[in-house]
Design a protein around this ligand. Structure first.
Ligand code: ADP
Ligand code: MG
Length: 458
């Protein structure tokens, strides 16, 4: 593939992206979602698009940015990045970087720096983190450590909860608030994958001591999703070292995970036992009141006009994560602004249906395992077993995803039915499916056909 063979116009490059999106996501979705997006400029490696609102930005970033960036890299070279200009309600453009791809400032050898960049995402703050009984302790402890980093008993502050409950939001909010209050303090946010990647790069370039020295001056270190260190022994070692020296120096540590410390099997005991020195606070699924307030807040933010009783209706019917509440709003907005439909109860019902088409029918994990193995013509025991053969692992990912989506079992219980897998393995499958579902047509087809089989006649 030739890189930078001839200069591309933003429009032509965007057409190429749309083409790939259509191939992967389907023409209808692309037409509805992307007609409001405008390609703006190509400056060296950076392609900037204008999106009509913060919602669009978040939605595209979450679901489509990987695919877009892949296309950009094909045409602009391996360092290509996507940036957004968001038209706010005041029509003042705000530039936001895409989170996909490496952050070149920290890669060793490129531009040597004394400490680490903050990596904080300004869109996640306490102002837009709606309080509720579901997050009371975590939220107030978070504010406290931002106010008095390293000076309270909440060190480390350990925040845990299932996917989509606001851990990442809260982690950034703590960092952003601390930065506002203490502009002189050095604050660094990393998720465990990024941490691992930096460490691996450091090992490769024989720069471990540079890697470690970057943490020396950090006053507040936030590590998101520590469960991703499971199975990475040497990264755990180095993390332990960083953790210990920062803690001894009285610096603030904030850690998030998808489970409480004692359930993080596979993380070294010497690490998890130290989490109990501070405070472990749980983020629970949002209760009705909080769901309603989140909807009210987001509609106000977007300048949407949605009657109160409709918001109540949505809050009653979407009980899973905040992410789905946002999904319903963006689809309502797309239907109203692009397809010119009136936002009323009928439309709300239709959109909610898309998020939970089969809620009323009960199905068991055993039925899911049976149906999935029939569908892929493999034996149920293979699905439960240890085989890493590609077809089997693929079918297993899907069966686990369906079990989570259509039964009320916790990750741990699902793991037990799938041959005694631990919850982080289950989480990995869920994330695998979720990250490809929006962009991989085959996967979409397999999941939908299986759902049709499982719920036929519903
Ligand atoms: P997690 O990291 O736990 O998977 P995220 O922090 O990514 O979850 O949250 C998922 C989405 O829900 C984000 O868009 C986040 O802003 C939103 N969200 C979660 N909790 C709240 C809350 N209490 N108020 C407002 N938005 C929230
Ligand atoms: Mg997260």
């Amino acid at each position: 593939m030739s890189v930078k063979a001839e200069p591309l116009t933003p429009q032509a490059l965007w057409e190429k992206c749309l083409h790939v999106l259509r191939e992967n996501v389907g023409t209808a979705t692309v037409t509805v979602l992307f007609q409001a997006v405008q390609p703006l400029s190509i400056k060296e490696d950076v392609f900037t698009i204008r999106v009509p609102s913060q919602f669009f930005y978040e939605y595209i970033e979450e679901h489509f940015s990987r695919l877009i960036v892949q296309t950009l890299r094909r045409h602009l070279g391996p360092k290509a990045r996507l940036e957004y200009e968001v038209l706010t309600t005041l029509d003042v453009p705000t530039n936001l970087p895409s989170q996909t791809g490496p952050s070149p400032t920290i890669l060793p050898g490129l531009r040597p720096r004394q400490s680490l960049p903050t990596n904080l995402n300004p869109k996640y703050t306490f102002d837009n983190f709606i309080p509720g009984t579901c997050n009371q302790l975590a939220r107030s402890a978070g504010m406290t450590v931002a106010q008095r980093p390293g000076q309270t008993a909440f060190n480390p502050l350990f925040i845990y909860g299932e996917v989509g409950q606001g851990k990442t939001h809260l982690a950034h909010a703590i960092g952003n608030y601390a930065r506002l209050l203490h502009p002189d303090k050095i604050i660094t946010y990393l998720d465990a994958d990024r941490f691992t990647q930096h460490y691996v790069d450091a090992v490769r370039s024989k720069q471990i001591s540079t890697f470690l020295s970057r943490f020396e001056n950090v006053d507040i270190f936030i590590l998101d999703d520590i469960q991703f260190l499971i199975g990475r022994e040497s990264t755990q070692d180095i993390f332990f070292h960083v953790f210990k020296s920062l803690h001894e120096a009285g610096r603030q540590l904030v850690i998030t995970a998808d489970a409480p410390p004692q359930e993080l099997r596979g993380l070294a005991e010497r690490i998890t036992s130290r989490f109990s020195w501070g405070l472990a606070a749980q983020l629970l699924p949002p209760d009705y009141e909080t769901r309603l307030q989140i909807l009210q807040y987001k509609t106000r933010q977007e300048g949407l006009d949605i009657p109160e009783n409709l918001l109540q209706y949505i809050a009653e019917h979407i009980q899973s994560h905040v992410r789905d509440l946002e999904g319903v709003l963006i689809q309502l907005m797309a239907e109203a602004s692009i397809n010119r439909r009136e936002i009323n109860l009928a439309l709300a019902q239709e959109v909610i249906q898309r998020f939970q088409p089969y809620r009323s029918r009960a199905v068991t994990i055993e039925q899911i395992i049976q149906a999935t193995s029939d569908y892929f013509r493999i034996h149920p025991e293979e699905l439960r077993g240890k085989s890493r053969r590609k077809e089997i692992a693929y079918a297993r990912h899907i069966a686990i995803y369906l079990s989570r989506k259509h039964t009320h079992h916790a990750l741990k219980a699902i793991g037990e039915r799938f041959g005694g897998r631990d919850h982080s393995t289950i989480l990995h499958s869920l994330e695998w499916v979720e990250s490809y579902l929006h962009t991989n047509r085959d996967l979409q087809k397999h999941v939908q056909e299986l759902e049709r089989i499982l719920f036929k006649g519903a």
